[in-house]
Design a protein around this ligand. Structure first.
Ligand code: BGC
Length: 733
């Protein structure tokens, strides 16, 4: 009987094996690999096969830098690694920082290509350049074996002293959001996930782990959130990274308003949220809408491992929520193409890639002042004194997690008070001095490092023209002063007194004070210039490239003009630290609301040092014939003429100056036009309807009535004015 029973059992097993074999033959082994299915359907198919433990395994990630001997050999020293599930073909998540290129994270002999800083990219006002920059670093990510870039910082420049402004895209939500979206698209065109970060209001580094950003919802929606909204809508990043700080009393990474209400319910964004490294404080983050804990070694516990399982067992977090977290993650990997296009290291061509960085920098450099036609420098015999800024070595770059250290870089010690991690002051190996020498023709070029002001002044005195470099290093984890460090203001004063034909080249993180402005013959803002930045600067100085950058942030005349003249938390001593000696929690209030930068100056009538949108050219431009059409939105049509003797590129800007109800000055569009001398072109700029709306009654509302528009070369100069009637409208949040 027993034997028979066994026999029957064996036959049944054999039959079922045969059937499942037949079924398998009829169906692909991994049905989720069918690219014709939607990312959601594909994610659901994988989820069916994943055990609960496997799901949990995908929801928290290692910081390989801290893995020590436990780091498997195939895992790179980088920001993040989350093992996949090989039996189902789920790839590892291999994450690198990349605000400005594939970051090094301490890898030796790396050869990634650094882009100019984010604020430089914003100064191009050019979405095509943003796309090309993103595409270049996305390609390098693939060539270096990373499938996810922690790029896409779009926090607004609320304070010029924020130490990470160089990673971001300036003070205006439309400009920042548009360029961020284009960068994300460029990165993801390589099937590499891009991130949008740091969500939200991580607008200063001082106390970033503890501060509580307080802002009313309408102001928030119309400013910092709007920049993210535009970036996420136009870029569709696979992931969004929540910030360290609190927002309205609750940590950003456990904030249901940000993670669930805004991102998911209102914006309908389908991707996955990852935490910043060390930003998770408990399992409740999962309930609030956080999908993945990153850099787990920096949190007090690996909350999304055993504690999350325990919370599920206790019914505090549902199994469905865990499935949803996993779904959102897998869905993005399918949507971006990570499953279908596995990364394979190799094939880097840094020479070609460096040209992408150089072209971006050439468009980013802003000519702020040019007296007596000092610029462009003609390539003829003369004495040129080049002074300061380590111009004999290279160009300065920003520190912290985004640091790219290409081969040949030179590192100087960091200033006192800088974070203990994140390296020193890295100068990228593109020396402006060499690039100037190469163009000086028969001219004599002499260099002085600027350390001894008297010696620098003596060299300047004997030169026909002086190119004086000043630099301002900045890093994640620390805020900065708006004054140039290391006595460089004194150096500029000494040199300009010795020779008024001094061209000051600024390599700064963002806006700085210029007590010597009236004495300088010319001023050029080169930001953090990136790979071949020295070449880009020299090409602009010698007129091979006509400067065309426009300021993406107001340059204040003094700290007293800032919304918060004293930086909140500045009295706390300790600025940053991962769970270590942090300052007491403190509030940062935003009385300016959504009147950031130029909007605040328009309201108060104060005059900044240089307005938002400002930038000169070696030629001149004139605007005429403004026609404004109304209806659902505003459309401005006008003519731009090149009135000078050189070909050049202009960026006419269209601002809303008033509307039927509450309206501050707002950038609603711009155009970039390249014109030959004497050439005219008619341009049309249509405002996105949302830029006419105010946040009211839980949505965007366009009030019916007359709207005034100004067209000008910057936020403070209205060359043409017009108005039109706009119809009432409501837009989804
Ligand atoms: C930064 C993030 C970065 C992460 C990983 C954090 O300190 O705030 O921007 O992506 O580290 O390196």
């Amino acid at each position: 009987m027993m034997r028979r029973g066994l026999m029957v059992g064996a036959c049944a097993a054999a039959l079922s094996l045969a059937l499942s074999g037949a079924a398998r033959a009829a169906e692909p082994a991994r049905p989720w690999m069918d690219p014709k299915l939607s990312p959601d359907a594909r994610a659901d198919l994988v989820l069916k096969q994943l055990t609960f433990d496997e799901q949990i395994g995908l929801l928290h990630g290692q910081f390989p830098v801290f893995m020590g001997a436990k780091k498997p050999a195939h895992v790179q020293q980088s920001a993040g690694w989350i093992p996949g599930v090989p039996r189902l073909g789920i790839p590892d998540l291999t994450e690198s920082d990349a605000s400005l290129g594939v970051a090094n994270a301490g890898r030796k002999d790396d050869d990634a290509t650094p882009l100019p800083s984010g604020v430089a990219l914003a100064a191009t006002w050019d979405a095509k350049t943003a796309f090309a920059s993103g595409a270049m670093i996305g390609k390098q990510a693939r060539q270096k074996g990373f499938n996810t870039l922690l790029a896409g910082g779009v926090n607004l420049l609320r304070d010029p002293r924020n130490g990470r402004n160089f990673e971001y895209l300036g003070e205006d939500p439309l400009l920042a959001g548009t360029l961020s979206g284009a960068t994300i698209r460029g990165i993801q065109s390589n099937h590499i996930v891009s991130t949008s970060k740091h969500f939200a209001l991580n607008d200063q580094e001082t106390g970033r782990m503890v501060l509580d950003a307080i802002i009313d919802e309408a102001a928030f929606r119309e400013s910092d959130l709007l920049a993210f909204e535009i970036a996420i809508e136009s870029g569709q990043p696979g992931s969004v990274m929540c910030a360290y700080n609190r927002v309205g009393g609750t940590y950003a990474c456990e904030n249901p308003f940000l993670l669930t209400k805004v991102l998911r319910d209102d914006w309908k964004w389908p991707g996955w949220t990852m935490s910043d490294w060390g930003a998770v404080h408990g399992v409740n983050a999962a309930v609030a809408g956080l999908d993945q804990e990153s850099g787990q070694q920096l949190d007090k516990q690996v909350f999304f491992d055993a504690p999350l399982k325990a919370a599920v067992a206790k019914g505090e977090v549902s199994k469905d929520r865990v499935r949803e977290m996993t779904h959102r993650y897998l869905r993005s990997l399918f949507a971006v193409g990570v499953f279908d296009h596995p990364v394979k290291a190799g094939g880097l061509n840094t020479k070609a890639d460096a040209l992408v960085a150089q072209r971006a920098e050439e468009q980013a450099i802003v000519l702020l002042k040019n007296e007596r036609g000092l610029l462009p420098l003609a390539a003829r015999a003369r004495q040129i004194a080049v002074i300061g800024g380590h111009a004999d070595v290279g160009v300065v770059s920003g520190g912290g997690s985004s640091q790219v250290i290409p081969l040949g870089s030179v590192t100087f010690p960091k200033p006192k008070g800088a974070p203990t991690w994140g390296g020193g002051q890295v100068y990228h190996p593109s020396a402006p001095l060499a690039a100037i020498q190469a163009r000086a023709g028969g001219g004599k070029v002499a260099f002085n490092d600027g350390a001894d002001h008297a010696a620098a002044a003596a060299l300047a005195h004997n030169a026909d023209v002086v190119v004086l470099f000043v630099t301002q290093w900045s890093t994640e984890g620390m805020d900065i002063s708006m004054s140039l460090p290391d006595g460089q203001d004194g150096l500029v004063s000494a040199v300009t007194a010795a020779n008024p034909n001094t061209i000051v080249v600024l390599e700064t993180a963002g806006p700085v004070l210029m007590p010597w402005r009236d004495k300088a013959g010319a001023i050029v803002e080169a930001w953090f210039p990136g790979a071949r930045g020295g070449e880009a600067i020299a090409r602009v100085l010698f007129g091979e490239v006509n400067p065309q950058g426009r300021l993406p942030a107001t340059f204040p005349a003094s700290e007293a003009q800032l919304a918060r003249p004293v930086l909140p938390g500045a009295d706390q001593g300790v600025v940053e630290g991962f769970g270590a000696a942090n300052p007491q929690p403190f509030e940062v209030r935003y009385p300016e609301g959504s009147d950031i930068g130029y909007r605040a100056y328009a309201r108060s009538g104060q005059t900044p040092l240089y307005p938002f949108g400002y930038g000169l050219s070696y030629t001149g431009f004139k605007y005429a014939g403004l026609k404004v059409a109304g209806g659902k939105t505003l459309t401005a049509t006008f003519t731009v003429t090149n009135t000078g003797k050189a070909a050049g590129t202009d960026t006419p800007q269209v601002y809303l100056t008033s509307g039927p109800k509450r309206h501050q000055q707002r950038l609603i569009g711009w155009s970039k036009v390249t014109l030959k001398p004497g050439e005219s072109r008619t341009v049309t700029v249509a405002a996105p309807q949302r830029m006419l709306a105010n946040w009211a009654d839980h949505g965007w509302k366009v009030d019916a009535g007359a709207y005034q528009v100004a067209v000008g070369p910057n936020a403070a100069t209205a060359s043409l004015k017009g108005s039109a009637k706009v119809a009432a409208g409501t837009l989804k949040p």
